[in-house]
Structures are given as C-alpha cells and as structure tokens.
Design a protein around this ligand. Structure first.
Ligand SMILES: [Zn+2]
Length: 366
C-alpha cells in the first residue's frame, strides 16, 4: 500500500540513534527533529520544560478529517554516551556498549518518515499534531510539564511500547508512591536497650504484614528502598521505606493504601513508635474499552495494512497516562523496539517500516 524506502528509513533511524540524548540533554535530537519536520512542512513550537524543551509540531489539514495527535519522547536511558548502531540485513542493534535508543527513536523515525512520505506523494490528510517530549524516562517529566490544552486533537497515539507492531495498550495503572517514616527512641544497645524503641524493628513488622507483590491481575505493590539506624550499638531511632502501589482500578489502589495506613497505625501503637506517611500520585491510570471510537480507529488502521491488532493492559506508565488526564483520548502502541533499557536493545527493520505504515494508515483512517 505504501512504498517506503528501507534505506531512507534506516538512515534516519541511525542518524537519530547516534545522537546521545540522556534525559534533560535532548537538545541535539530536538534540533534534528526541528530540521526534519520543518523541511516537510511542519509548523513548530518549542515549549521550554525544566532545563530542556518539548516540541509541538502541526500540519494543516488538506481535508476536513478530524485532527490526530502522535507522541513520542526524545530521551533515552543509559549507557548512552556514545552510540554506534550496527545495521544487519534484518535488524539494527547497538555495538553492545550502549543502549540503542530505539526507545523511543524508532517512533521519532516513523513520524519523520511518514510526514516525508505524505509530502512526496501528496497524500490528502486532516490536521496532524506531534508532541515530542523530553525527560520521559525520569518519570514522564516532559509530558507532565506540557500544557496539553494547547492540543487540538481528540485522539492521540503514543508510540512507546515494546514488541511487534499491532499491540494496543488500552489500559495502564494509577501509580502511587508512599514513604513511611518511623520514629522510635534511641538508647545504648548494650547498657539500656529496654529504654529504647527500635524503629527498624517496628518498620520490619509493618513491611512483613503489608500486602506485597502481585495482588491481583491489575494491582501490584512493592517496597523498593529501606533506610534506617546509625550504628549497631544504638537502638535505631529512625527508619523509613519507599514503596509503590499500582492498579488499573483506582479504587483498588486506594484500598491498598488504606490497608497500609491501618497496618502502620496499628503496629506503631502496639510498639509505642511514632510515624509519618507521605504519598504522591505519580500518574493517573487509564482504561479505554475496545468498543471506544479510538479503539476502532486503531483496529481499522492496522487491518488496512495487514497487521493483526491485539489489546493489552500494561503494568507501567508512559506519556499516555498524562495525555489521558484531560479531554484527549490516548493509547500507547507498540513500535517494534525490543529488549529496551538494555545494551541488547534492537529493532527489526521490517518493524520500523510497519510502524511508519501504521502512522500513515492512522492519518488516512481518522
Ligand atoms: Zn520509552
């Protein structure tokens, strides 16, 4: 249906991958994106965010189809000081010393190449928007710092999920971070242990009683960091831990949070310790039914290019979670990247091509 050049696609991807872009240091990739998207007719606005920037790129429509939004991030995890992409017959890998950065430069490539193709082949389309973010890997900081109300589109597709083209992430969890701090009483551990209250021991009892790991198919919790005490001969006065609770169902997340609160209260009162609980909602979840208009659009666009769609729920967050906060309906689509966040990261060239076809098909199907 679309006759894309494999060489051109590969070249763009390699050029992007070669530019190191750790979180907050995306400037060179930003410049590259501006150059390429300006060239094919994009109207570009740079929105400063933290010490970096997000990018909004608009293409005026030539038909009266509704506006459609695509999104991806520019930053990559490390190691990424020097990236040397290795192109084989079927895939692109790093040289083994760094990540490849297909997360998420595969998506950036697809966006550039799709717009080049539209321009070259004079394909008719409605208005198209791209939001290209910074600092996604640091906890979605770029998208969190972007005012999504400037976007015109009602439907958004984030290209930032692993695996072959065809995966539609229509559910992702709410994510709550919690910190539990316990205050005991310090005392000499050898001379007067009975005068002390050991905060480490109190916290251990709390953690042992707390729900842990997979609670059900859409709910998880984990204690990730624990700190406390000053020396082996002092009854520990302070101890704290950081934990997270995730669930696609907000009420389940709140229920676990309440359980944890109750356990902390109960054990601290039994042990005579004081406590403080801090919490912050990292991001909201989303759950879009398969019957929704945006789901039908994704399915139609995939079937049109011979891709079999499959709906999945994901346990992690992405810029999609933030986009879904407002009026926009957003889904996260797989963009062919594999073994992300590792030096074994790779992408099949056939998937790079399929993904670009999918961008084009979404634009034509909306
Ligand atoms: Zn990513």
């Amino acid at each position: 249906m679309y006759t894309l050049s494999t060489e051109k696609l590969t070249k763009t991807f390699v050029e992007l991958a070669q530019i190191p872009s750790p979180s907050w240091k995306e400037e060179k990739v930003l410049k590259y994106m501006i150059k390429r998207l300006k060239k094919n007719g994009g109207d570009i606005t740079v929105y400063p965010c933290g010490i970096s920037s997000n990018l909004l790129v608009r293409y005026e429509g030539t038909t009266n189809q509704p506006s459609i939004l695509f999104s991806a991030h520019m930053d990559t995890v490390g190691p990424c000081d020097k990236i040397t992409p290795v192109v084989t017959k079927t895939k692109i890998t790093s040289d083994g010393n760094s990540v490849l950065g297909a997360d998420d430069k595969s998506a950036l490539t697809m966006f550039i190449e799709a717009m080049d193709y539209i321009k070259e082949n004079r394909i008719k389309h409605g208005p198209i928007e791209f939001v290209i973010t910074c600092a996604e890997e640091l906890g979605l900081k770029g998208m969190k710092g972007f005012d999504t109300s400037v976007v015109n589109s009602k439907y958004a597709f984030v290209f930032d999920s692993g695996g072959d083209i065809g995966k539609i992430v229509h559910k992702a969890p709410f994510h709550l971070d919690m910190k539990i701090s316990i205050k005991g009483i310090a005392s000499h551990a050898g001379i007067a242990p009975e005068m002390g209250i050991n905060a480490i021991r109190v916290l251990s009892k709390i953690i042992a009683e707390m729900p842990n790991g997979r609670i059900d198919e859409e709910t998880t919790t984990n204690v990730g960091i624990i700190e406390g005490g000053r020396a082996a001969n002092i009854v520990a006065e302070d101890a704290s831990c950081l934990l997270e609770v995730r669930s696609i169902d907000k009420s389940k997340m709140i229920k676990i949070e309440k359980q944890i609160n109750d356990i902390v209260k109960k054990i601290c009162s039994q042990e005579g310790a004081r406590f403080r609980i801090e919490k912050s909602l990292e991001y909201c979840g989303f759950s879009i039914p398969e019957s929704a208009q945006i789901s039908k659009l994704a399915v139609k666009a995939m079937e049109r290019i011979g891709v079999k769609p499959s709906f999945v729920a994901l346990g992690g967050g992405s810029d999609t979670n933030i986009l879904n906060r407002g009026k926009i309906k957003a889904m996260n689509l797989s963009c062919g990247m594999e073994k992300i966040h590792s030096t074994g990261e790779y992408i099949k060239i056939s998937e790079l091509k399929k993904g670009t076809e999918l961008v084009l098909s979404l634009i034509e199907s909306v």
